[in-house]
Design a protein. Structure first.
Length: 529
């Protein structure tokens, strides 16, 4: 991605070599950011870089073959930022997550830490910092993890969800290179490889052709770029379950697969509180446990103790679930437990298998307890008004589960967007979040959709955005219309001009038209009273 008018925009240039990640015009990029949506493969890509540096990649790559670029780093350190809430210094993170796990004695750890600082001062090292969106600085002065000045020859590659950058937490001056991870390069090829592990060789081709037809018939192709989504879609299909394009449905299936590990008892939910549970078989026999674990997911995610939102100790977990529920969650794989070494004693920490699973369970708890929006969530956002975009995935799932709750949450989130006084004419993260929620609601056949969006940015004709405009005309505060992208042949099937009816926009305070063309006439049409 490149800087354009004060923001970063896509260049549509594929990056397939490590040299294009680490170098720009022959100059080394010191701070590299890799952004990608949920399940797009950020963690996997960072792990693969470490394996490539070690020469231990599990298969022969077709792209990123220039591993010699990685060999220029003396050391590579892979750090999970969710496990380092207590510090912002990268060397301290390495000490806590790596050195303390290698050495047991206090003296050995002290020597290793001294050696680490000497190496990072003299040699070029690479710090792979995974999950900036899962990390909060212990103070208000550091938006990203830092290296001390004498470690200036070292490089940081930081992965994050897009909202963290879109919200302005990171200054553009702190970004030397920004890359966007789209997901799987060839999703059908990947699907065939996964399918080959689950069916007999003589059945593979026929099964694959049927799978390909199923994907196009059910309009699931947009979900196929996500490794996480694709894995669930392929595995469920191989077991005879066909999905309809709802992310809630897919995560319900994923949850059902996890619960299957703990029990053989099967039972359908006759009148589920959320429709996406309708086809599940293992949730009903374990419904009480699922409800308590979902409440724990919610309470932790919306806790004022941000350091415990994603990674938490036994004391925090025990306050929310009993011993039987904790063992159940660990046995199913909903929760994972790891041992964090310290200079005093070994401590167990817990986290959900994937952040998106915690978000899905949190949304389920909200759907069953709608009152928490105006109490817990509203209060949480009042105290942390910059974090409203961090709950975008919770909102997405909620749109598919209970639209009345999603309508209410969209209103709260929109109020935060107004408070933020967005002045960026190009950034559309919040609008895209509401559009995705609308699509999820439609995919789950929700009725009574009335999502709030008061800031619109229209760059091309979009059917979903048009529906949101119709339901929000009386609430619109600002409108930006940009026509330069409207000449692409991709949009030939859409109307040749953008038509905007301002007749009911009585609260509008700002209207901006951006057009690089000398002839604006015929490209955009406004109706107003």
């Amino acid at each position: 991605m490149c800087k354009d008018n004060g923001t970063f925009t896509k260049t549509n240039r594929s990056v397939t070599q490590y040299k294009d990640v680490f170098l720009t015009d022959g100059k080394v990029n010191q701070r590299i950011f890799l952004q990608g949506e949920v399940g797009s493969g950020k963690t996997t890509f960072a792990a693969m870089m470490a394996l490539d540096w070690c020469g231990k990649a599990p298969c022969e790559p077709h792209i990123f073959t220039d591993v010699n670029v990685l060999q220029e780093f003396t050391f590579v350190f892979h750090i999970a930022l969710r496990n380092s809430f207590e510090c912002y210094d990268v060397t301290e993170m390495i000490k806590d997550q790596i050195i303390n796990c290698i050495y047991s004695s206090k003296e050995d750890r002290k020597k290793a830490y001294k050696l680490l600082n000497e190496i990072m001062t003299r040699e070029r090292c690479l710090a792979l910092l995974d999950g900036l969106d899962e990390w909060t600085s212990p103070d208000s002065h550091h938006n990203i993890p830092t290296l001390v000045e004498k470690h200036s020859s070292c490089v940081m590659l930081i992965t994050t969800r897009p909202w963290k950058l879109a919200a302005g937490y990171v200054k553009h001056s702190e970004i030397d290179r920004l890359l966007k991870l789209k997901g799987i390069q060839n999703s059908f090829d990947f699907a065939k490889r996964v399918l080959s592990c689950m069916v007999e060789e003589d059945e593979l081709q026929q099964k694959y052709w049927a799978f390909e037809k199923y994907i196009w018939d059910q309009n699931l192709e947009k979900l196929m770029s996500s490794p996480l989504m694709l894995s669930v879609i392929v595995c469920s299909y191989a077991e005879g379950t066909e999905l309809k394009g709802s992310k809630c449905e897919i995560y319900s299936m994923l949850l059902d697969v996890l619960l299957k590990k703990a029990t053989s008892e099967k039972k359908y939910i006759q009148q589920p509180r959320v429709s996406c549970f309708k086809e599940t078989q293992y949730i009903q026999p374990n419904l009480a446990k699922v409800n308590h674990i979902a409440e724990a997911a919610f309470r932790l995610m919306f806790s004022d103790k941000r350091e415990n939102a994603l990674v938490f100790g036994a004391k925090d977990l025990d306050a929310l679930v009993d011993d039987e529920e904790r063992v159940f969650a660990l046995k199913t794989g909903i929760l994972t437990e790891s041992e964090s070494s310290s200079s005093v004693r070994a401590l167990s920490t817990f986290s959900f298998r994937h952040k998106s699973i915690q978000e899905f369970l949190s949304a389920y708890h909200i759907a069953c307890n709608e009152h928490v929006i105006n109490t817990t969530i509203s209060g949480y956002l009042n105290r942390h008004d910059t974090l409203y975009r961090d709950i975008s995935q919770v909102f997405l799932f909620l749109c598919g589960m209970r639209i009345s709750a999603a309508n209410a949450l969209s209103y709260v989130m929109d109020a935060c967007e107004n408070y933020a006084l967005i002045e960026n004419y190009i950034e559309t993260y919040h609008q895209d979040c509401i559009c995705d929620g609308y699509k999820e609601a439609v995919a789950n056949k929700q009725t009574g959709i009335n999502l709030t969006l008061s800031h619109f940015k229209i760059y091309r004709y979009d059917e979903d955005l048009e529906q949101l405009w119709v339901m929000n005309q009386s609430k619109v505060i600002s409108l930006v219309v940009k026509t330069t992208l409207h000449h692409s042949s991709y949009y030939e099937k859409y109307p040749s001009k953008i038509v905007v009816d301002l007749s009911s926009c009585h609260k509008m305070k700002s209207l901006t038209v951006i057009c690089d063309e000398t002839d604006l006439e015929g490209k955009i049409c406004f109706f107003y009273q």
